[in-house]
Design a protein around this ligand. Structure first.
Ligand code: FE2
Ligand code: FE2
Length: 422
């Protein structure tokens, strides 16, 4: 079976056709889903079960006794990630990433299976803070951050220095190997997988960065609002990027229901969105979310040109390619606004945030590298990049067969040795 045949609402254009609760990926997400769906009463016992499962999963990744999270809390201090553990494994931890995804989902919605008002539940916020504490320690351990930019003259203001650093960082990934490979060789089924992997974020595109709007001032705020206004269609609902992407999904026979494919995406996909939510929801990390968006915009225009070509190569028209075509144009503008006025403006306003702006950009690039490596590894081995949905036998059986039948080169990622996810 193909992905489309497994779609919960493969041809649905009904916005109300939301997905049901995701399948738990371990004791923590199972206990949380029991509470959220009403299978377990809101009680010290049910909350304790979630907390204990989270603490058990966190053991080895970080100190979990103290939480440094919370708006304007001091940056986390204390021991770094346990050197005996592989900190990067945190980003691939299914149970922790799904648990954190669900806790953030309470702020975003839609999640009609949630039976009750849990958004500001203090016990769940405490549990979330424990996971976030470990998340930040891991990110600050594994993400390679360039030397902090230095401002040394009237011309080279803190903002100018940050802008130059960001453009240098993103220039280094200017050749989007995965997108270039996809433009020439990806099969129809692999393109569907790409869309499924992107659907978790892109059906709520721009939302995580919008948390930053009230946390910024002046030039940086104006720049962010200008970008977000485009992302949200400038007052025209049908031009919202998330809506345009929904059309791409429908055009490819996929469901456009939010989170319809959450069971099919690997932990690293959830980690990518979780990182944006984490940065966006903490005023302390406003530098990181600004840097994240800048890197995002700076590495978007060229890859999207290749993705548009990939879908056209398979005979798809603008109903499918509009999303990618739109970003070729829009993000060529957005990258300038984000690099100069958002990131640069913020660094000029608050120079002490320069390091976190660069950190957020580096974290964005790091996460894309991990997602790209995941797709490369799967497709190079002739496997699906998606998780098994429990109905198709071996993971990725359908996509593998489809890829082998449709591709001239089923080994496929021959010239995508170290792709990024752009
Ligand atoms: Fe966009
Ligand atoms: Fe954009």
């Amino acid at each position: 079976m193909t992905i489309a045949e497994h779609s919960p609402a493969a041809t649905s254009t009904n916005a109300a056709a939301h997905a049901g609760p995701p399948t738990p990926r371990g004791p923590a997400s199972a206990a949380l889903l029991d509470l959220l769906t009403g299978r377990a009463a809101h009680s010290p016992e049910s909350l304790g079960a979630i907390g204990e499962a989270v603490d058990a999963a966190l053991a080895g990744f970080a100190e979990t006794g103290q939480t440094g999270a919370g708006d304007d809390a001091a940056p986390v201090t204390g021991p770094a990630v346990d050197p005996a553990a592989d900190p990067g494994a945190f980003l691939h931890h299914d149970d922790l990433q799904l648990t954190l995804f669900l806790l953030y989902l309470l702020h975003y919605g839609p999640a009609p299976y949630v039976a009750g008002d849990f958004e500001w539940d203090p016990d769940l916020l405490t549990i979330r803070a424990h996971i976030e504490d470990a998340f930040e320690r891991v990110l600050r351990t594994v993400v390679q951050v360039p030397e902090p930019p230095t401002a040394g003259s009237a011309e080279r203001t803190p903002g100018r220095a940050v802008t130059e650093t960001l453009f240098a960082m993103t220039d280094a990934v200017a050749k989007p190997k995965l997108a270039m490979w996809a433009g020439r060789k990806a099969t129809e089924e692999q393109l569907r997988e790409l869309l499924v992997l992107r659907s978790i974020y892109t059906l709520r595109e721009a939302d995580p960065h919008s948390w930053a709007i009230p946390r910024l001032r002046g030039r940086a705020k104006a720049a962010l609002v200008e970008i977000q206004s485009d992302e949200y269609g400038n007052g025209r609902p049908g031009r919202m990027h998330a809506e345009i992407f929904a059309g791409t999904l429908r055009g490819m026979g996929l469901s456009d229901a939010p989170d319809a494919y959450v069971d099919r995406v690997p932990a690293i996909t959830l980690a990518s969105l979780n990182m944006m939510s984490f940065f966006g929801l903490h005023r302390r990390l406003r530098g990181a979310i600004a840097g994240h968006l800048a890197a995002f915009e700076m590495t978007s225009s060229i890859p999207n040109k290749h993705y548009a070509r990939a879908f056209r190569r398979h005979g798809h028209d603008t109903d499918v390619t509009w999303y990618f075509d739109e970003h070729v144009e829009a993000d060529a503008v957005h990258e300038q606004i984000a690099g100069h006025d958002l990131a640069g403006g913020l660094a000029d306003e608050e120079p002490e945030l320069a390091g976190d702006i660069v950190f957020g950009a580096a974290a964005s690039l790091h996460m894309d590298d991990l997602i790209g490596a995941h797709m490369d590894a799967a497709w190079s081995a002739g496997r699906s990049a998606l998780r098994d949905d429990g109905a198709a036998g071996q993971p990725g059986t359908a996509a593998t067969m489809s890829a082998a039948q449709n591709s001239e080169d089923a080994g496929a990622a021959d010239d995508a040795e170290a792709p990024d996810a752009r």
